[in-house]
Design a protein around this ligand. Structure first.
Ligand code: ATP
Length: 498
């Protein structure tokens, strides 16, 4: 936080008139401002809210209660000998009022000559265009590990309970990604239940994290048991992922390897892209956060950028984690003319983050097509690799069918060669569908699944590859241009077919 606090001090000392601290953690902002005022004496901190009016200034307590304009007037007339930082709570709600907006703009000029600063605090706000110019934005990151460590040990100290050093370390690490209020709640619950904070609280912390993600409009915390063993074929991709997993270790850092950034999986529907995203997270023991790109863009203009920022912040705070950007082509393929450039701006934010990111957030993006994907996204260096998941080849169909039969009728040995031959052009999802359909045939007659059921089911199913042939061909052509690596074939086999 030192860097952040230094930045705040600099802004206040430089007589920045209006600061918007972008955060939903109002209480924490107030504490940080209090500390800033102590550092920057003789400045003092005053706060205002609609109900209580002005607080923290002797003889002016209650000023401007239910009158937002009055508190701004008060500050305007405050002499320079009383330098003040004024935190105006919920003020973003009043800024739609033309009078308040005008007053703030006037203040932004007036206060350049006076040592007063107005601070607004809100995590979600789309300021009126007129006001945008006058505001200086300061993003408040979620509490970082040293802050969480101090917070937890202070709570333990204040309640006369002890906390072991390794427990403190583990809990601190687990709490990263939670707001200060949430950390306090976890601690308070632990103290109420057992009188001390201990390792037993880890489960609670994880639940709290799950809930935090659940409260987010665009992120979903996915629970999955999928492993690479559930994926039939895609050997090259699985092998590559195994290598990248190793690159997360400390040993890899010492060896000089950078943290893996992510992978883009492109392919027709049902070829196992989502399954792969799930298998990565589960087998790497990382939480899987699914980003709903559609929701990122829903709602008010301008809100998308705020949501993107918050989403990135959440994901970073949950690191190490897998951030699964599902159907990335649907969100970022928007027409800049039709959405006022929102998708372009959001994309630019995401790309900058991906390029500069130093946290252990592994991005898995999935897309059905590339024609709508912006070129910047496909450029080398954004993702560690781009894989093309084609329809499964012969051996792959065999292993996918075997997997799905084994999952449902373990130990059953059915000759599959004929089915494999008849399912050319089927995706993994369609092969699974054929197995289930065949099982229905067998179950209706209360007998074991047979080869003929599978053949019948396969013959009745029209695979997407037949109906969407053109789309598939263009995808293959694109991948053949060397832009993506085939997920099925190992490179060594490509260069050496024997
Ligand atoms: P979409 O583009 O429609 O989202 P997708 O490529 O993400 O499709 P999945 O959702 O991963 O496809 O596949 C659907 C289901 O099909 C999986 O849950 C799995 O049961 C089965 N499946 C697909 N590919 C494979 C595979 N290679 N091995 C085993 N099962 C597979």
């Amino acid at each position: 936080m030192k860097v952040w606090e230094d930045h705040l001090d600099l802004l206040v000392r430089a007589r920045t008139p209006l600061i918007w601290i972008r955060s939903s953690e109002e209480e924490r902002v107030e504490v940080l401002l209090k500390r800033a005022a102590e550092r920057l004496q003789p400045r003092r901190l005053a706060s205002w809210d609609y109900i209580e009016g002005l607080q923290g200034i002797l003889n002016s307590e209650g000023t401007g209660s239910r009158q937002p304009m009055a508190v701004l007037e008060w500050l305007k007339n405050l002499e320079a000998t009383n330098p003040t930082i004024l935190l105006v709570k919920d003020f973003h709600r009043f800024c739609e009022d033309p009078g308040i907006s005008r007053m703030l703009r006037n203040l932004s000029i007036h206060l350049r000559k006076l040592p007063h600063t107005v601070v607004l605090c809100s995590g979600h706000w789309n300021p009126p265009v007129d006001l945008e110019e006058a505001l200086t934005i300061l993003d408040l990151p979620l509490p970082q590990e040293p802050e969480i460590r101090t917070l937890l040990s202070n709570i333990a100290l204040q309640t006369d309970s002890s906390i072991e050093k390794d427990v403190l370390e583990e809990l601190t690490h687990a709490c990263s990604g939670l707001s200060e209020i949430r950390v306090r709640q976890v601690a308070a619950r632990a103290l109420a239940q057992r009188g001390q904070i201990g390792l037993e609280d880890l489960a609670e912390v994880l639940e709290e994290k799950r809930q935090t993600v659940a409260r987010s409009e665009v992120l979903e915390y996915c629970v999955t048991n999928a492993t690479p063993a559930d994926i039939g074929g895609l050997d090259a991709l699985k092998n590559w992922l195994d290598q990248r997993h190793q690159a997360f270790s400390n040993e890899a850092r010492i060896f000089g390897l950078p943290l893996p950034r992510g992978v883009l999986l492109v392919g027709p529907q049902g070829t196992g892209k989502s399954l792969t995203a799930k298998a990565i997270a589960h087998s790497w023991s990382m939480p899987l956060l699914r980003l709903d790109v559609g929701r990122l863009f829903a709602g008010l203009v301008g809100a998308s950028e705020a949501r993107t920022r918050e989403t990135i912040q959440r994901a970073e705070a949950m690191a190490p984690c897998v951030l699964w950007i599902d159907e990335i082509d649907k969100g970022f393929g928007g027409d800049a003319r039709s959405d006022g450039g929102t998708s372009q701006r959001v994309l630019a934010n995401v790309l900058t983050w991906m390029a500069e990111k130093t946290s252990a957030v592994f991005v898995v993006a999935t897309a059905n097509g590339v024609e709508r994907l912006p070129a910047e996204l496909l450029r080398k260096g954004r993702f560690d690799e781009i894989f093309m998941l084609d329809l499964p080849r012969k051996e792959e169909r065999f292993s996918i069918l075997t997997l799905h039969i084994d999952q449902r009728r373990p130990g059953l040995n059915i000759p599959l060669d004929a089915v494999v031959d008849r399912t050319e052009g089927f995706s993994g999802a369609e092969l699974e569908q054929a197995v289930i359909e065949a099982m229905h045939f067998a179950f209706a007659e209360r007998r074991e699944l047979e080869e003929s059921d599978l053949i019948l089911a396969a013959s009745q199913l029209i695979p997407l590859s037949r109906t969407a042939k053109e789309q598939l061909d263009s995808l293959k052509q694109w991948a053949a241009g060397g832009r993506a690596r085939p997920a099925s074939v190992m490179l060594s086999k490509l260069t050496n077919p024997n």
